[in-house]
Write a new protein. Structure first.
Length: 193
């Protein structure tokens, strides 16, 4: 199998919107889109893929994935929540993202949580996940090579087996996340009763 380091490099595992990337002033929607495009454009699969659009942001706002904006401007807290939405949307439905972030958004709007500290914790875990992922990808590629052995068209079959293995583990993680979301939802419903 070809060197996975090139693949890992193209993934942009280090691409995260840090607190230092977020200006101290509120931003208009176009400025938010420019910030996200600048930060995440290298993570796109192809040139046609959009990182963030006005429609996406409007849909997030209509779906109440974050607390209302003021004077058509997005605060630092909005940008943090939009960044979390951006990361979660690759694996979760909009309804699951709302269920996950609803409490965080409300606590932020009410001033009951230091969102900067929470987000830094997320970034710290994300960096650790990236390092684990690099090691795990090499391990899974080795396993795929060993499983296929020396048969015709083995490079193609190794890649196909590795793809299937990665999708399998991704599904397991997504399903575990969905179960945790169900627990959040059930907990909210029980408090309402």
């Amino acid at each position: 199998m070809p060197d996975l380091n090139d693949t890992l490099e193209m993934l942009g595992l280090d691409n995260q919107l840090t607190l230092e990337d977020i200006p101290d002033i509120d931003l208009y929607m176009d400025q938010v889109i420019q910030l996200f495009e600048k930060k995440f454009s290298s993570s796109r699969r192809n040139e046609q893929e959009k990182v963030l659009t006005k429609t996406m942001i409007n849909n997030y706002a209509k779906g109440k994935l974050f607390f209302p904006i003021k004077n058509k401007k997005y605060s630092k807290e909005h940008l943090i929540l939009i960044s979390l939405i951006y990361q979660l949307k690759g694996a979760l439905s909009i309804n699951d993202i709302k269920a996950t972030l609803d409490g965080l958004s409300k606590k932020t709007a009410e001033g009951d949580i230091d969102l900067d500290t929470f987000y830094n914790s997320y970034l710290h875990l994300s960096n650790k996940n990236g390092e684990r992922f690099k090691q795990d990808l090499h391990h899974r590629a080795k396993e795929a090579t060993e499983e296929i052995g020396e048969i015709n068209d083995s490079e193609y079959l190794e890649k196909t087996l590795l793809i299937a293995s990665l999708v399998d583990i991704s599904n397991l993680y997504r399903r575990a996340a969905e179960k945790l979301i169900d627990e959040i939802t059930e907990s909210k419903e029980n408090k309402i009763k």
